[in-house]
Design a protein around this ligand. Structure first.
Ligand code: ATP
Ligand code: MG
Length: 571
């Protein structure tokens, strides 16, 4: 069985397989650049649940720290009170832990630095490097210029130091309404880099913050908060995604101007994108809010909580992050790579079980009515340590509806009238009669005979029996709902066309709930952290949310093979 998360050592990469970030860090260590220290951080904004892209950043930041005897901080960049919630903070902590990482005592919140950030802002004003601007948001945007046109200076840019200090103090004191004034850095309105054109540092926002309550009505901007928080924590390597490359000159300007106690080195890498999904929290939130999924943890969502509920293991997620590596250019990783990671993990570790998703009753007419017998099956074909289990055989069993065809085509080796097949680990049976509903013509049950000499499923006289079917005892099986999933979107890149919303590419068949499934009785004891291979059907786990005491619900984590790859090849 799986022990969840918990083994950070297993996250340590093979030191030989270095990416460009690990190469830089190794070089820095060699040159004693940060006093031989490696301190990284994972800095989520608590405005949504984490997704698989965040897992990449978590594995990188915590992984690099572990490999170099360093530490990795978990810091919430909580500067936007209107979009943030304590529930997100809790879910993020849970997800990072579940992935197997430990921040120890190093849990921080940017909001804990609000006072210090304010002092730094006052310092900038006193240095003549920041001013209170009273243009509206609209005007600021207009004055900023474009990529091809320089910006224009704000008429408030040359306010006196005293006036700036006075206004900023009163902004904090709550004397002004939202949007009336902002604090801006005084850098260069004609810079080729728009981020250097007097960026906004503080805005007035009369909103309660999930940690500081109503203490503040003046909130620092992300771009001002983030680099200073890194510096306060003496982060050595500030690893972030490519979109922050253009912000680096401002971060450097800020830390150099303020002479902060440390100047972290920012290194950018490409964010993870996957085919057949969207990744940004904003878009995931839209799916949740518009009820296109059941919640952030819907098993079709590529959130960490969704993947966990779907049956992904922390080991598979870490192995996936390891496989895709780091790049400096954006790309879209094939969803099949993620599915293979969990398949590889579960193939080795998941015990086998038998489940019938769409039951068809089979009556073994020459098997005595009251008789029952215990048959022994290996829990894993290649792993004898996983032991054996007993399954009960009797006169009435279920097989899959699609394991029987009245008029089988050439390559169909399963059951058909007059044909003999093997019931896995049980007996050889031959189909004698098809019983149909008189009105509808629908097949109700099959009448078969078994060969008592074939116990265990062996052929007594060496006669060839091609098909092997899984089955469950009709008398002993438990009822369950089983949910099959397909990809949430039906195109590789739902964001390709800027004109059409990604929402229009949702796959309407992404969830197939099967409500009349029959499972081997041992599965009644399954726990939420258990995963199984249902023979011939894929890997499954108990649904942690919708399972009721008398009504188990199982999720298919992944199919046995990449069915999409097969479809692609046939086409
Ligand atoms: P989103 O765009 O999904 O809202 P974000 O970047 O706004 O993501 P944050 O909470 O700010 O989310 O991210 C925390 C950290 O995770 C940041 O360092 C960010 O660069 C990183 N991160 C976010 N998305 C990805 C991704 N797809 N691949 C790799 N790293 C990511
Ligand atoms: Mg963000």
């Amino acid at each position: 069985m799986h022990t969840e998360g918990s083994n950070p050592q297993s996250a340590i990469r093979n030191p030989q397989s270095r990416d460009f970030i690990r190469t830089i860090i190794a070089e820095d260590l060699k040159n004693n650049k940060h006093g031989g220290r490696v301190t990284t951080r994972f800095p989520p904004e608590p405005n949504g649940f984490l997704h698989i892209g965040h897992a990449k950043s978590i594995c990188l930041n915590f992984g690099v720290a572990l490999e170099n005897n360093g530490v990795c901080h978990l810091r919430f960049d909580d500067t936007n009170p209107s979009k943030e919630e304590i529930a997100y903070v809790e879910s993020i902590k849970k997800d990072v832990k579940w992935l197997g990482f430990d921040w120890g005592d190093n849990l921080f919140f940017a909001s804990d630095y609000f006072e210090q950030l304010y002092d730094y802002a006052v310092q900038l004003i006193k240095m003549g490097k920041a001013y209170v601007c009273s243009l509206s948001a609209e005007e600021i945007r207009e004055y900023r210029g474009t990529l091809t046109e320089p910006g224009r200076e704000s008429p408030f840019r040359n306010r006196s130091l005293e006036e700036n200090l006075d206004l900023f103090t009163r902004m904090r004191a709550g004397e002004f309404a939202d949007g009336t004034h902002v604090l801006r850095a005084k850098i260069d309105m004609s810079s080729g880099n728009i981020n250097m054109r007097d960026p906004v540092l503080y805005r007035i926002l009369h909103a309660s913050h999930h940690r500081t309550g109503d203490k503040w009505c003046l909130y620092p901007m992300y771009d001002y908060t983030h680099p200073i928080s890194d510096a306060i924590e003496k982060i050595t390597h500030s690893l972030c995604t490519l979109e922050f490359e253009d912000h680096r000159p401002f971060y450097d300007w800020l830390l150099d101007t303020l002479q902060t106690p440390a100047h972290p080195q920012q290194i950018e890498f490409a964010r993870l994108n996957l085919t057949y999904t969207v990744m940004s929290k904003r878009k995931l939130l839209k799916l949740v809010n518009e009820k296109r999924v059941s919640g952030w943890d819907d098993p079709r969502m590529l959130t960490i909580s969704g993947l966990r509920r779907r049956g992904y293991t922390p080991a598979a997620m870490r192995s996936f992050c390891d496989t895709i590596g780091l790049a400096k250019r954006e790309s879209r990783v094939d969803m099949g790579v993620l599915e293979n990671a969990i398949r590889n993990d579960l193939n080795d570790t998941a015990p086998r079980a038998m489940a019938v998703l769409r039951p068809l009753k089979v009556v073994i007419t020459n098997y005595p009515q009251e008789q029952e017998e215990e048959l022994e099956i290996d829990n894993h074909p290649k792993n004898p340590e996983m032991g054996k289990r007993q399954v009960t055989f009797c006169r009435e069993i279920y097989i899959e509806q699609d394991d029987f065809l009245e008029e089988p085509p050439k390559k169909f080796f399963r059951l058909a009238p007059g044909r003999e097949v093997r019931l896995r680990a049980a007996y050889l049976i031959t189909c004698d009669k098809v019983v149909k509903d008189e009105q509808s013509g629908k097949i109700i049950e099959l009448h078969c005979t078994y060969d008592p000499a074939s116990r265990g499923g062996s052929s007594p006289d060496g006669r060839k029996v091609k098909g092997t079917l899984h089955w469950v005892s009709a008398r002993h099986a438990i009822s369950a709902e089983v949910r099959l999933y397909d990809r949430l979107f039906n195109v590789e890149n739902p964001e390709a066309d800027k004109e059409t919303s990604f929402m229009s590419h949702l796959n309407s068949n992404s969830l197939l709930p099967l409500t009349d499934c029959r499972l081997e009785p041992g599965l009644a004891a399954a726990g939420v952290n258990d995963r199984f291979q249902f023979e011939r059907l894929g890997y499954f786990c108990l649904d942690s949310v919708d399972t009721a005491p008398a009504r188990p619900v199982f999720n298919r984590t992944v199919t046995l093979r990449d069915s999409w790859e097969k479809i692609g090849k046939n086409a």
